[in-house]
Design a protein around this ligand. Sequence first.
Ligand SMILES: [Zn+2]
Ligand SMILES: [Zn+2]
Length: 450
Amino acid sequence: MVKRRYHTKPNTSKRCGMMTAETPPAWNIFKQIFAEHWDGFKRVHPRYNKPYYDGLVDKMLGCGDPEKMGYIEYRCLHCGEGTHRVAMSCKSSLCLRCAKVYVDNWVSQVSRMLHEGVIYRHIVLTVPAMLRQTFYQQSKAVLSPFMRCGVQCLDDFSSRVSGKPLKGGYIVVLQTHGRNGQYNPHLHIIATSGGWAQQARQWVHLDYLPYSMLRKKWQWHLLTMLRQTVKTQEMKRLVDACYTRYREGFVTNVHKGDVPSRYQSLATYLAKYVVSPPISVRRIDRYDGQRVTYHYRSHKSEQVERETVDVSIFIGRMIQHVFPKGFQRIRYYGVQATKTFAKLKGLIQEALAKVQGIVKGAIKIMAPLTYRQRYQQSTGRDPLRCPRCQREMGVWRIWHPTYGLIYNELKTIERGTYASQAPRAAPTGSSGRTVWPGSGGISLSLPGLR
Ligand SMILES: [Zn+2]
Ligand SMILES: [Zn+2]
């Protein structure tokens, strides 16, 4: 078992990059808000008085502190001078500091699922204001069926448009917040532009989408799902009211053109629309102990709007978007989710080639940035190069708050078993974020630095 007695501070000047330059100033304000008001908030909102939420807050408060979160220490194994210590990321969904890593991973995960040569569309399905309150109260019961019914709606829609039953491929991302952090659940769906016709055994590409029909279909699917999932008088009343009030159906938004095919723009595109924290730290302007001022860019006015709210409202706006434990907010449906899709790809590309003359819009796969690349990007300096001799540093030790010292280069040298079993500094381009130390088998995550 791991013994902690090896955990002594090295006698060299240490640079702790992530504790200094990269932390946005508002991050400390954000932490302070939770440190000062979380207990009070829980008392008023017992829904959140649960170990699960406490855990998220605790982790977030400790994020960036190597002594609390654990760390990997690099040391120059040539001259012995240079050291670099990296704290583990907290991965709390409340942590705005880790959000960037989350976005990067997300983009890379989704990119891997996009098939080259297939044209995708980005469709947004929304929930009208009248229903949002109920949605929030019933979120545990409703969120999963919500994601499913978006897919059913699109399959139904494209089948109707093409005149035969079609099954499309869908990547569905659930988002619960609008721009100002208020509760506004909606689905972002990256959908194939058409679907697989099982009987005809062919891929049908849809060029034209009648939007008014989509709105009505969405209204029907969403309301039917709600009526079946939440069987209360209140829901029945709301559903009826929605049919009367929204005669043109619910708001759906098909982003014009195909999902960008360019390697660079894909990341930005997806991240911009799909994954962003409810209120990013960059947008917090002021906190006086009781009230928080933040800004956001409004969809409606396309201008920067400023809002000052009571601190409990601010905490509420952040915490209400935390998903239930284990909830998957990105899901793959239809042909996209199956092995069939890989087999179908040839057929799909052929069909698209006929339609368009040439298959374009090939979506490239991108690898997530490593800690090292990220650091280099924001500071212009390679964190794993020894500042004294300019050679590459190696992993010196890895310390985890629960498991103690799980890797110790010095011990390995002393035991005389020194061979290069150390996880080396991750070379640029490889996925260096997760390290699997031979001894412990614990997966450790390195933090993001923006
Ligand atoms: Zn964090
Ligand atoms: Zn050196």
